[in-house]
Design a protein around this ligand. Structure first.
Ligand SMILES: [Zn+2]
Length: 235
C-alpha cells in the first residue's frame, strides 16, 4: 500500500478538523502522530471546546513539538439561510465576523493554556474577503481552506489543503489508498507542500489504519510541516 510514495522526497502537512471534545478518535489520532513524532495541525472549535477536550490537547501539545493547534471558526454554526453552509459567509458583516473570531481566539488561548498558531481554518472551508481582512487586522498570519477555494482578493497568505482523506457527497466515504496516493503525487508535482485533511470524528479503524500506513510509507523521505511554520515562511 502506498508503494508509489515510498522514498519520495515529498513535502507534506496534515490538518485535522473539528477538535473540541475528549473523544476516543481524538486520542487515537494523537497517538498515531505522537508516537511517530510526525507534525500535525489541529483545527480546534473554540466555542464547543470542552474542558476535558482542552486538557487532552494541552497534554499532547506539552509532550512534544509535533502538535500544533489553531482556530476553527467560533462555534461551527451555519448562518446562511440559503446556499451552502457557512459560519463566515456573505450574511455576516465585518463586526459580526470580528466579534466571533476574536472571542474564539480568546477562549481557545484561555482553555488550552498552550501556544496557538495564528492560523484560521473557516468551518466548511468557506469564508469571504471580509473574513481575511478581519484576520489580518487581528494579527493572524494565514488562512487555511481547500486549494479549490478560489482567490479572496486580499493579501493574507493561504496555507490550504489539497487532499481530503474522505469524499463528502452523501456522507463521509473513505477514499481508496490508490486514489489517495495518486492525488498526493499529482499535487506534489504542482506545488509543495501538499496539505492532507483528516476528520478524526468520522474516522473508523480502517481510516486510522490507512493513515498509519501512509505515514509509515512516506516517513523516511518526506519532510513534514506545520501550518504556523508555513505561514511564517509565506510572509
Ligand atoms: Zn469543520
Amino acid at each position: 500500500m502506498f508503494s508509489a510514495l515510498r522514498g519520495m522526497p515529498l513535502d507534506l502537512f496534515f490538518r485535522d478538523d473539528d477538535a473540541d471534545d475528549d473523544l476516543p478518535e481524538l486520542h487515537r489520532l494523537l497517538k498515531i502522530f505522537g508516537n511517530r513524532g510526525v507534525p500535525i495541525s489541529l483545527a480546534v472549535i473554540p466555542g464547543t471546546l470542552t474542558r476535558p477536550g482542552a486538557q487532552t490537547l494541552r497534554r499532547a501539545a506539552d509532550s512534544g513539538e509535533w502538535l500544533e493547534l489553531h482556530q476553527h471558526g467560533w462555534r461551527h454554526e451555519n448562518h446562511e439561510r440559503t446556499g451552502r453552509k457557512c459560519e463566515f459567509g456573505v450574511s455576516r458583516d465585518m463586526d459580526a465576523q470580528r466579534t466571533d473570531i476574536a472571542q474564539g481566539w480568546a477562549r481557545l488561548a484561555d482553555m488550552v493554556e498552550t501556544p496557538v498558531a495564528p492560523v484560521f481554518t473557516p468551518p466548511w472551508n468557506r469564508c469571504t474577503p471580509i473574513t481575511a481582512e478581519v484576520l489580518r487586522e487581528l494579527g493572524f498570519c494565514a488562512l487555511s481552506r481547500e486549494r479549490a477555494g478560489g482567490a479572496l482578493g486580499v493579501s493574507l497568505p493561504e496555507v490550504s489543503i489539497a487532499v481530503d482523506l474522505f469524499t463528502w457527497k452523501g456522507g463521509a466515504a473513505l477514499k481508496s489508498p490508490r486514489s489517495l496516493g495518486e492525488e498526493i503525487l499529482r499535487w506534489a508535482g504542482e506545488r509543495a507542500p501538499v496539505g492532507i485533511l483528516l476528520h478524526h470524528k468520522v474516522m473508523r479503524p480502517e481510516a486510522f489504519a490507512m493513515v498509519e500506513q501512509l505515514l509509515d510509507a512516506v516517513r523516511s523521505a518526506a519532510r513534514f510541516h506545520k501550518l504556523g511554520d508555513l505561514c511564517r515562511n509565506a510572509n
